[in-house]
Structure formats: structure tokens, C-alpha cells
Write a new protein. Structure first.
Length: 162
């Protein structure tokens, strides 16, 4: 059964405060996976909503990455992608309006795209200048999506790799 959320539900979930645990850096597990690294962290919002952060980064192309905020509806094991911050590694086209661009971009779940048969909830994307690398995308997502970051961590989820 497909998950469907209204614009109001999406907005409420994005606004819900999402406190990161003090030991969140230690709880992230990096897993090599067919040419990229992947990390995940589950977070419970202040209203009890369950979220998952997913971080993917190519081992070969520093501009090929995704920083994803997903929501897990109650009593399901499905994930609904609320936001996806992507690198400048591919061209994107918004199917419903035909707008194509090649830039850093943010995918946003929308009611309109859910209504169109066969499209993913976060198929709509907008180009952005709010980040220019993987760690910048993490900081942008944390700032945009209601996260409470412990004060001593300065907005990153793990040590920035050199």
C-alpha cells in the first residue's frame, strides 16, 4: 500500500522538532555499498513521529551524493521521502512541468507529484545555492527540516573527511 500525505501533513512533519541524540555521531554506521558509502540514523520527533536520515556518497565522485530525510508512518516499515538533497552529478527534469536543470538540488515531497501515477513522492526538485558539497547538504537539511543539533557539533553528523 502506497503512503500518501497531504501538503499539510508534509509541512507538519518538516516542522516537527527532531532532536539528535548526544551520541549521534557514534551511532552512524558507514557501510560500503557498490562504489558508495551509506549511513543511516533513526530519529524520533518531539510529537512521536519516526524519521530516518540516510546519507549516500560516491567513493569516486564527490559531487554524487544524497542526503535524505524520510518519514516512517506508524505501524509500517515503509519510508516516505520528505526531502532529498542531491549533488551536482546528474541532470534533473521535473516531469510535470518539463523544467530541466543541472545543478545542486533539493527534492521535495509534494501532494501533486503523489497524485500522478508512477511518480515518486519526491520527484519534484528545485535547484539550490544553499550547499555545494556533501557536508554543506547535511547542514542545509538539518537547518531546513527542524533538527535540534547538540551545540558542540556545529551542524555536521560526522567528522568531515579530508
Amino acid at each position: 500500500m502506497a503512503i500518501r500525505l497531504s501538503e499539510a501533513e508534509i509541512s507538519r512533519l518538516l516542522a516537527e522538532r527532531k532532536p539528535l541524540p548526544p551520541d549521534y555521531r557514534e551511532r552512524i554506521q558507514a557501510k560500503p555499498k557498490h562504489g558508495h558509502k551509506e549511513r543511516e540514523l533513526d530519529v524520533i520527533g518531539t510529537d512521536g513521529s519516526e524519521f530516518r536520515l540516510i546519507f549516500r556518497q560516491s567513493e569516486f565522485n564527490p559531487l554524487d551524493f544524497s542526503v535524505i530525510l524520510a518519514y516512517r508512518p506508524p505501524k509500517t516499515n515503509q519510508l516516505f521521502r520528505l526531502r532529498r538533497y542531491n549533488g551536482k552529478s546528474h541532470e534533473h527534469t521535473n516531469t510535470l512541468d518539463g523544467h530541466t536543470f543541472y545543478d545542486f538540488h533539493v527534492h521535495k515531497a509534494t501532494e501533486r507529484y503523489q497524485d500522478e501515477s508512477g511518480l515518486r513522492e519526491d520527484s519534484y526538485a528545485e535547484p539550490t545555492k544553499s550547499f555545494a558539497d556533501f557536508h554543506g547538504a547535511i547542514r542545509a537539511m538539518l537547518g531546513d527540516c527542524g533538527f535540534d543539533v547538540p551545540p558542540d557539533t556545529q551542524g555536521t553528523l560526522f567528522e568531515e573527511e579530508q
